[in-house]
Design a protein around this ligand. Structure first.
Ligand code: GYE
Length: 352
């Protein structure tokens, strides 16, 4: 029989072996973790430090953003603002999808986001109608939807949580008021209108707001109105057609965005007239290029529409995840600039 001393020795040896083996195992697990992405490692670091401060550990808020495309300077600025805000904040993970102007692509992107179980869907809807089915799926999956920059028309208002963006009717009204102020209410004025994307809320409402004010003045007439699809090239093309049919009769252009106005400016110059003088120009957005055109006397009125929606989206998403109620319409602050002096003073501070 072995002595008690011997039995104890064996017990201690076995215990040490178990200890050494389990230490090796932990090392192995750690080294296999090195395969994770830099992003995930960041998360871990954040979580560790949060935990050490006694706060609860949290996963990033996953936001799926379906963007329309890149038709205008405004939209590019919006995309940059959202990427810059969400990608530089470890509290977020952004899944970005560009729909190349097609609603069907946006619907596909939304279905993907639902399948990936994102926390929040941000949607910049290209047109107002046709969203019921996919948004019902999002609702059934319990994923809140925040609309960005354009609105939608749905019977069931609970299909989205909030809209972050501008009052387009007001923008249209301001464009008309400032134009009448500039030219004078007693002066006979023929206006041509370059509309945005057909069916887009930004186009429908800018058209409505402008018409509301123009209809009240018998001296002002919208003689032509056609879509320029919010792009420079289409704006130019449509303006060329307007000049061909109505040439010297045109006194003013109302463009639903700056890019189309910039296209129209080019068309007017090529036609041999002076934009900003022979034909007054009013447009919406406020991108740097239109400020430069106003400073150069080639355009007259800028109705600002702010694309830098990243910070507002981030705040709304955090509030939602914290279970707070968020406003149904989160409006952006905007103003109007008239004439070269005002444009020149504002130009150095323009951020898009
Ligand atoms: O004015 C225009 C664009 O939806 C507010 O879309 C937005 C509009 C913006 O591409 O330039």
């Amino acid at each position: 029989m072995k002595s008690i001393k011997q039995v104890l020795m064996i017990f201690v040896t076995v215990l040490s072996l178990v200890f050494i083996l389990s230490a090796c195992n932990t090392e192995n697990t750690n080294s296999s973790n090195e395969d994770t992405t830099a992003e995930e490692n960041n998360e871990e670091t954040t979580n560790d430090s949060e935990e050490s401060e006694g706060e609860e550990s949290s996963d990033p808020i996953v936001v799926g953003f379906s963007q329309i495309g890149a038709e205008s300077g405004w939209r590019t600025a919006e995309t940059e603002s959202i990427k810059e805000t969400l990608e530089n904040d470890p509290q977020f993970e952004l899944k970005f999808s560009d729909a190349q102007q097609k609603q069907e692509n946006q619907i596909k992107a939304l279905r993907n986001f639902i399948a990936q179980e994102v926390d929040i869907i941000a949607l910049a809807p290209v047109v107002e109608s046709g969203w019921e089915t996919v948004l019902t799926d999002a609702k059934d999956a319990g994923i809140p939807v925040i609309l960005l920059d354009r609105g939608i028309e749905v019977e069931d208002e609970t299909l989205y949580t909030s809209f972050i963006g501008s009052d387009f009717i007001l923008e249209g009204e301001n464009a008309a008021k400032e134009l009448i102020n500039l030219i004078g209410e007693d002066v006979e004025t023929n206006i041509v209108e370059l509309q945005g994307t057909v069916g887009a809320s930004a186009a429908n409402d800018r058209m409505e707001g402008f018409a509301n004010v123009i209809e009240e003045n018998d001296n002002y007439n919208i003689i032509k109105s056609q879509t320029g699809e919010f792009t420079r090239s289409k704006g130019k093309e449509v303006m060329e057609a307007f000049l061909k049919s109505d040439g010297e009769n045109i006194d003013a252009v109302y463009a639903h965005n700056d890019d189309m106005a910039l296209g129209a400016i080019q068309a007017i110059e090529e036609y041999g007239l002076k934009p900003g003088e022979d034909i007054k120009i009013v447009s919406v957005d406020g991108i740097r290029d239109i400020f430069e055109a106003v400073v150069a006397g080639k355009a007259n009125i800028i109705v600002e529409c702010n694309p830098l929606l990243g910070p507002q989206l981030a705040q709304a998403a955090k509030d939602l995840m914290d279970g707070k109620e968020i406003e149904r319409w989160i409006k952006t602050e905007e103003t109007v600039f008239v004439g070269a002096e005002e444009a020149e003073a504002a130009l150095p501070d323009r951020k898009y």
